[in-house]
Design a protein around this ligand. Sequence first.
Ligand code: FAD
Length: 395
Amino acid sequence: MDKHYDAIVIGGGVIGCAIAYHLARARARVLLLERGGIGQGTTAQSSCILRTHYSVPENVALAQAAWHVYADFAAYLDDPEADCGLVKCGYLIAAPEGDRAHALRESLAAQRARGIAAEEIDAATASRLLPIARLDDAALIGYEPEAGYADAWLATSAFARNARRLGAMIREGSAATGLIRERDRVLGVRTARGPIHAGVVIGAQNIWSRELAQWCGIELPLAIERHAVITLECGGAPYTRAMPVYKDLASPAMIYCRSYGGTQMLVSAGTHGEALSTPDTTQADVPLETVIDLGAQVAQRFPAYGEAGLASSWTGVYDVTPDWNPVLGPLPGIDGLLVAYGFSGHGFKLAPAIGRVLAQAALDKPTEVPLAPFALGRFATGRALRGRYGAGAVS
Ligand SMILES: Cc1cc2nc3c(=O)[nH]c(=O)nc-3n(C[C@H](O)[C@H](O)[C@H](O)COP(=O)(O)OP(=O)(O)OC[C@H]3O[C@@H](n4cnc5c(N)ncnc54)[C@H](O)[C@@H]3O)c2cc1C
């Protein structure tokens, strides 16, 4: 006879671990199944930028709730050793004349309406914050001081450790291989070591969510995209930890940049990546053309980086939905199953809030941020959460 849990979480990335932690914190008996190792899926490839800036208001609400957790991580987890590696350097975002400046102005105002410090600043102020950048041609510059970046492994492992401390069972090297169902109700999961029953199952499988879709015979819209990340070394113009993360809405790829290791610049594109037909996080070569293209966009904004050298490069994979926003909550017509997938390249910053609201939903409690806008059904009913900056992870 297998043990009966209140909840089983499938997937031990930052999302699954945050969900398991919040379930355990709510005193639920929880089992997390991770096929590989904790935090070794797409979470390990994250740039980990934290901001509340979004043009989709529902995301601002989640990001704001999540920021409060990251900003006071040890106290929130009640674990003096917990550290998410937060570098609170702020977030600078610049837009060219036109629709994007308009969207930026309105998004900053919407943030302020929620009590978030999000200012419009002039080019001279921006240059003092990010002296290596040339920002005089930007039509509008936004600045969010309560933002920065963190560390994927530190955050994920802290959620996992504290979930265990509160009684959760975390099994690594243990895959869910199917669902146990009785008509329209999910009763647990199948594993190679036998069935495990639970009151509710939560799928947090990211790019592997198609597997869950097959098990329950439901279509989960999901594109799998590989993205390149590079780091540049420019001796004369180091990107220090004190300098804000930078988002360039004027560049063709809507690039983002941040300090890496205190001197280098980490750069990646905020738009579409390379489409993959199957989930695969194996490292791929970053083509020279990609390095040249990203490097040229960087040099437009950071003149000294015209002479920068490539320090390192890697790839990471996004789970992209049709509107670049996650699907959260129950699946229609199936009781006892919830999902949290489709983070489309911006799930790390949301993870603590996702953990809390998914745990609330799984335990049939009111969620502090409504999940209805993130329902799967939005795609079929014309209620997609379209970001105002076009397709991309800034959303
Ligand atoms: C290059 C890159 C840069 C990014 N930058 C940022 C950023 O700056 N800011 C930000 O907020 N977000 C960013 N993101 C996005 C963010 O990192 C992700 O949204 C987040 O880490 C996803 O976490 P996850 O737990 O959903 O997925 P994952 O970490 O992929 O975890 C899913 C887990 O499920 C497990 N699994 C799957 N199927 C099964 C099964 N059947 N049984 C058991 N286990 C299973 C897998 O092994 C995996 O460990 C970035 C992502 C990438 C790739």
